[in-house]
Design a protein around this ligand. Sequence first.
Ligand code: ADP
Ligand code: MG
Length: 255
Amino acid sequence: QDTSRAELVTRALTVKFGGLTALAEASIRVKPGEIHALIGPNGAGKSTFVNTISGFYRPTSGEFEIAGQQLSGKRSDEISRLGMARTFQNTELFGDMSVLENVIVGCQQHFGYGLAQALVRSPRMRREEREAQRVAIALLDFVGLAMHADDEARFLPFGLQRRLEIARALATRPRILLLDEPAAGLTTQEIDELATMIRQIAALGITVLLIEHHVELIMAVADTVTVLDYGQVIASAPPSVVQRDPRVIEAYFGG
Ligand code: ADP
Ligand code: MG
């Protein structure tokens, strides 16, 4: 694993859906190792941004790179192998698998098995399976789910499913972690715990891009806040500066 802190840069990234411009020449620099929040009103283009840099949407124009490596036009699995992991706005777990198995799947994604290889298990793969199991248990411990390892994922309370999704994303050993609205539906206490977890993830050297509505969470953890409005970047600065920006107040805080 390359543990060097990775930078994410987009240059004039534009995504159009027919006549609608969801992202308009968005140039964003997420510095290596920082916690970077992306905010903006509903429909501002946040999810489009995440879906594009993780390879689910193709940009209409513009480009993006991780740690200097050009990624525009690459598929989501290639981008994931190059060090980007994400969670989804709507939690997407394997409901009938156990909590531990969900994380092991993420670890195996890291080893990059195809189906054929998975059927004919070589000694190397058996060794990697034991390694995956060990890493998965450590990750469950990290997100506070160790005692739920054998539970079926779908029976976990919502707040714990969100943590499991983060553990699974970490299992792919990302250099950049994208979190799409991780605080949605969480209680105040769970949001506090999430803030601590995000700081711990950044302390591991993982660059975090946080898409979030929850203003207190952003102010508590973000090093930099980028604000999108109608697909355009209208501000990118530390939270205390962004909070006082008249354009941001008008667009976002309902000035
Ligand atoms: P946000 O996440 O900030 O709420 P989105 O990125 O989801 O915003 O949406 C930005 C704009 O793009 C919206 O007008 C939305 O309706 C549109 N949009 C998003 N995804 C699609 C899609 N797959 N097809 C067509 N329009 C889309
Ligand atoms: Mg969204």
